[in-house]
Design a protein. Structure first.
Length: 369
């Protein structure tokens, strides 16, 4: 017995071919209704088993055209679908002359029993396709066919919306997990020394305020804050004796300290979500005049994020206690940023930060009356 299976899924065709051939059936296969119709007209099968939702020509159209072809009208036509599963879909398919409507998926053994039962009933004259004359008229067919398509389109939209919602939730969960991981890394760094506690978070806050004053968008601000939080992560491998030294570092110790910028980028290089901010971490101690480290690059080569972080980092270093000196006042920090503008710091970024600090100071004064 020769059976033609029609399904646009390669995997589904392979499963059906293997299942039917294991019982000795000769199997022909087509990827859509148009291809199936061509095969059936050249080599008429003894049965057609067709999916419904397919490109080029779907199963409903194929069944209608088979029933209108005198050579194919008497061939038992079976729908096998996972998309059209509602009672109206089944009635529509059977109304066009299909002898059975099977809902996917079906276990191979049950599928074979079902097909054998259909063949036996057909051979006994119990499943005779309706004659062409009794088929629905064109208007009736198109009306029912359109209704089926619209419902499938609505269902597809619903499925896509559900999948999109799940994806957004998954992305939100991933983002939250990743941000927790970043916070854990920063906390581990800051736990190394009382002098580093809160530094990265303050630098991230300063950097955000500078960026927003300069008109950066939310996505850029988000990337910048992440880079600022992680800018000193390379210090996690430094000896405590260097981080906590109460006097100026020796030349050798200073050289070791300078490695942290490049080491931080190296530590994070295998984390794909951080690839875009690695230059900011590596370059946050570079200076416009080329006197910074690790590469001594200049100006725009340094990158926007790195230059913003450098201003924010320097301000916090001046205004926070360090093992070798006490914190300096806000006005002194601003004066130092101004003094070295153009050499160590970008002018636009310093100006933006000073404007922000000025407004914040005015706000505090108004609150205090």
């Amino acid at each position: 017995m020769k059976i033609l299976i029609v399904d646009d899924s390669v995997d589904s065709r392979l499963i059906l071919q293997t299942t039917l051939r294991s019982e000795g059936y000769e199997v022909l296969a087509a990827a859509d209704g148009a291809q199936a119709l061509e095969i059936a007209r050249q080599t008429p099968p003894d049965m057609i088993i067709s999916d419904i939702l397919m490109p080029v020509m779907d199963g409903y159209q194929l069944c209608r055209l088979c029933r209108e072809d005198e050579r194919l009208a008497s061939i038992p036509f079976v729908f096998y679908s996972a998309s059209y599963t509602e009672p109206q879909d089944r009635q529509f398919g059977l109304g066009m002359g299909a002898v059975r409507f099977i809902v996917k998926p079906m276990a191979p053994d049950e599928f074979l029993r079902t097909i054998k039962g259909i063949i036996e009933e057909f051979d006994q004259g119990l499943l005779t396709p309706e004659p062409v004359a009794a088929q629905q008229g064109e208007d009736s067919f198109l009306k029912g066919y359109s209704a089926r398509l619209i419902r499938q389109l609505e269902k597809k939209v619903e499925d896509l919306e559900a999948a999109n919602l799940a994806l957004r939730k998954s992305e939100a969960d991933l983002k939250e997990l990743f941000e927790s991981f970043v916070r854990a890394m920063v906390n581990a760094l800051e736990a190394k020394s009382r002098w580093t506690t809160g530094h990265s978070k303050r630098v991230a806050s300063y950097a955000e305020r500078i960026a927003r004053e300069m008109g950066l968008g939310d996505d850029q601000v988000g990337e910048l804050k992440m880079a600022a939080l992680l800018h000193d992560i390379g210090k996690i491998g430094l000896r405590d004796s260097i981080l906590d030294k109460p006097t100026e570092l020796t030349r050798e110790e200073h050289a070791i300290m300078q490695r942290h910028a490049a080491q931080g980028a190296d530590i994070l290089r295998d984390i794909s979500l951080l690839h875009d901010i690695l230059p900011a971490i590596r370059n946050h101690h570079e200076k416009p005049d080329g006197s910074g480290y690790p590469a001594g690059i200049k100006g725009h080569e340094i990158g926007l994020y790195a230059q913003i972080i450098h201003v924010a980092d320097s301000f916090d270093s001046i205004t926070a206690d360090r093992p070798y000196r006490q914190a300096q006042g806000r006005e002194q920090a601003i004066a130092e940023l101004r003094q070295f503008t153009g050499e160590q710091f970008d002018r636009d970024m310093v100006d933006a930060f000073v404007r922000v600090l000025g407004r914040e100071e005015e706000g505090r004064k108004r609150q205090n009356g």
